[in-house]
Write a protein of this length. Structure first.
Length: 159
């Protein structure tokens, strides 16, 4: 029996019973402090990523803060928010391959500190290429590989 692999779009659409807000407990309280954490739905992360206009960028941490505010939680979960941004990026590439013109501009979502995301489709090189095309300067790291958006703070979008 062959098991069909789910598409990235299907993974993005599967809300897994999320979002939910939970009290921070146990080992996580040592890392995250006290209060509550929102575990967002994949589509919520995608919606935040879609809000970033051309010429602007955001960070995963900004998305986490916006989600926490939306759900009146202390923090947004760094693990699931990062995973769902990755899923949204791959779903966007899947959509582009299928001929869709308007896709989630995932390349505008950076890691903390303005760093590019090697886990996005095409890696840091593809993300840097798209960001340069929108007017951003890219700082290079070891071996001349694209590392981060220069002065990214000046281009942060309001979420």
């Amino acid at each position: 029996m062959t098991v069909r692999k789910r598409s990235w779009r299907e993974k993005l659409e599967d809300d897994k019973g999320l979002p939910k807000v939970e009290k921070i407990r146990g080992k996580l309280s040592k890392r995250w402090g006290t209060g509550t954490v929102v575990i967002p739905a994949p589509k919520e992360v995608d919606q935040m990523m879609r809000k970033v206009p051309k010429g602007k960028v955001t960070t995963i941490n900004q998305i986490r803060e916006a989600l926490a505010g939306r759900h009146r939680a202390t923090i947004g979960c760094p693990i699931t928010t990062g995973i769902f941004a990755w899923v949204a990026a791959h779903a966007a590439e899947e959509d582009a391959t299928a001929g869709k013109k308007r896709v989630t501009p995932y390349w505008r979502t950076l890691k903390s500190g303005g760093e590019l995301n090697a886990k996005y489709p095409g890696g840091v090189e593809a993300q840097a290429r798209r960001l340069r095309a929108e007017g951003h300067a890219i700082e290079l790291g070891k071996g001349g590989r694209p590392r981060k958006v220069k002065d990214f703070q000046k281009s942060l979008a309001k979420l």
